[in-house]
Design a protein around this ligand. Structure first.
Ligand SMILES: [Zn+2]
Length: 558
């Protein structure tokens, strides 16, 4: 590919010439050069700052002017804000590609913005011309790739008079270092059960020390800073592990302009070819309030319990969404087993072949969303070989709503009735053969509302109709005892998502729960013939009492 600054046809050469001329006109004395490492265009410039001229470097990206240039200035300028403390990169333009205008020349941007950086650094309070965001030093840290130790909330509430202590860490990997802090100075930290996320762990102890806010950002830089200040002891390798580990606690900016709070990193020193090699290990805080804030309207879900029956291609994505939404407890029931063939539609693939679907999901959810408690039953409702009443009582104990993803009319009828009797909201979801469409219906606990039977009668009348593949929608595969249906996962997942949405609306209340409909019909095809010109589409209905419903027939409007 032609370098952008040499590209005659695409206008790159012309842009390059305009860039250089504008830099020269601005008095920046441009000296273009090709960076030997990247092969990209750099331009050395001389830029006045506070009445003194400083040598700086403009680095242009390969796909300039779709993307912004960067300007590197001496760290000796002493900027505390808007400059990378190690590389010297200046933050001339706010983060996010929307802040870069491709038509602007580097010379214009530098001329207009450099004085603002100076002013922002001289301002003592909030400064209107900058993004109102904190600049924690740890955002510049050069962490070891893929390393992370999870810290509990207690690590961020250590008494400021304490200068050192001990951490008990459960390690699941030594290189890169991964794990979580189990105890701080002997006291257990508040964390969910992380044995799924960090299996096969080994316990180690390490020292933590309080240090001044680091000015350097690389492992070697921070190590040197600490040695120079006499704060770092000589490496003392941990028994059997062969490396030294010390946790660093410091103050850093956590709120815009001077709001300080605790920050953490770990300094690991590994023996390599006769010398000690330092690494910075990333610390991930576990902060339930920060997670909850991202989904504030539905945060009450953490106190709720849902019974979900059916964990097939509609139900499994629904279970995933419920756990992601920090549901308190999820009870899953399904008799089926995950297979390789099924993985074209079921979200968990080859590693789970042969595992009951509820168990596969439970493993996946406990690993990824350990805040949600998961109970499972490999259970086919309706068999005479087991006492459903006992299992149901146990599974519905303390439940706030039922999600029925079975697409089994017999189970729907029974459970919708059971939900009414127990005063529980009931949500059902099913896809039609071929994945041509589907239904999501929500029935509140109130006796006056239209019910599942009202819906069935309405569908029988074809007053509601989700398209279905009448000819090829059901498939009998060799070796498979039950017929399955053809459908693409992406046609099915929207049904899962809407079923979870209405379920959550029933559970959390508030303005978010307002809804003028109780049945949604998804059309992935225009009709039963399978054309897809004007699909997908959703149709929302406020279901009425049906004259042939056993419960509501008498109340149906004539
Ligand atoms: Zn009814």
């Amino acid at each position: 590919m032609t370098n952008w600054w040499e590209d005659e046809e695409g206008g790159g050469r012309e842009r390059y010439e305009r860039e250089i001329k504008a830099l020269a006109d601005a008095g920046f004395d441009p000296k273009p050069e090709v960076d030997p490492a990247s092969g990209l265009l750099n331009v050395r410039v001389r830029v006045p700052v506070r009445a003194e001229t400083h040598e700086m470097l403009i680095r242009y990206p390969a796909n300039y002017w779709y993307f912004r240039f960067e300007l590197f200035a001496p760290t000796a300028l002493g900027f505390g804000r808007h400059q990378h403390p190690e590389s010297g990169a200046l933050c001339l333009i706010d983060q996010g590609t929307r802040h870069w205008k491709p038509s602007e020349l580097a010379a214009t941007v530098i001329r207009e913005r450099i004085d603002k950086i100076v002013a922002a650094n001289e301002a003592s309070g909030p400064f209107a011309d900058e993004a109102q965001t904190p600049e924690p030093i740890s955002m510049y840290f050069e962490f070891q790739d893929n390393s992370a130790i999870i810290f509990p909330p207690e690590a961020y509430a250590i008494d400021s008079a304490m200068t050192s202590g001990r951490l008990d860490i459960q390690l699941s990997r030594r290189d890169p270092l991964r794990g979580y802090v189990e105890r701080i100075d002997g006291t257990p930290g508040t964390l969910p059960d992380l044995s799924g996320a960090f299996p096969k762990s080994e316990r180690i102890q390490c020292e933590w020390i309080r240090i001044p806010t680091p000015r350097r950002t690389s492992a070697a830089g921070i190590e040197q800073e600490l040695i120079a200040a006499g704060r770092l002891r000589r490496p003392r390798p941990l028994p059997t592990l062969g490396f030294d580990l010390v946790a660093l606690l410091f103050e850093e900016e956590v709120g815009y302009r001077g709001v300080m709070g605790p920050g953490w990193a770990l300094l690991l020193r590994r023996r390599e070819r006769g010398s000690w090699h330092p690494e910075l290990i990333r610390v991930e805080p576990y902060d339930p309030r920060a997670q909850s804030a991202r989904i504030a309207p539905i945060s009450a879900l953490e106190t709720k319990t849902v019974f979900q029956i059916g964990t097939g291609c509609v139900g499994a994505p629904a279970a995933h969404l419920l756990a992601q939404s920090r549901l308190g407890r999820l009870r899953l029931a399904d008799p089926d087993t995950a297979t390789i063939t099924n993985s074209v539609r079921w979200p968990l693939g080859f590693p789970y072949a042969g595992v009951p679907k509820v168990n596969a999901l439970a493993t996946f959810l406990r690993t990824n969303y350990p805040e949600t408690k998961v109970d499972t039953a490999v259970w086919a409702l309706g068999r005479p070989t087991q006492n459903d009443a006992d299992i149901l009582d146990q599974f519905l104990d303390g439940v706030d709503a039922i999600l029925d993803c079975t697409a089994e009319i017999g189970i729907q009828q029974f459970l919708a009735n059971e939900a009414r009797q127990r005063g529980l909201p009931y949500v059902m979801v099913e896809a039609t053969p071929g994945g041509f469409g589907g239904y999501v219906a929500v029935f509140g606990a109130g006796d006056d509302e239209a019910c599942w039977m009202c819906l069935q009668r309405t569908i029988e009348d074809e007053a509601l109709h989700a398209p279905l593949d009448r000819t090829h929608g059901v498939l009998q595969l060799p070796g498979c005892s039950a017929p399955t249906f053809t459908a693409a996962a992406f046609d099915i997942v929207p049904l899962s998502a809407l079923s979870v949405r209405v379920l959550v609306q029933e559970l959390v209340g508030g303005a978010y729960a307002s809804r003028a409909w109780n049945v949604a019909v998804l059309r992935n095809r225009d009709d039963d013939g399978g054309a897809a010109l004007n699909s997908p589409s959703w149709q929302l209905h406020a279901l009425r009492h049906h004259a042939r419903c056993r419960v509501h027939g008498g109340r149906a409007a004539a």
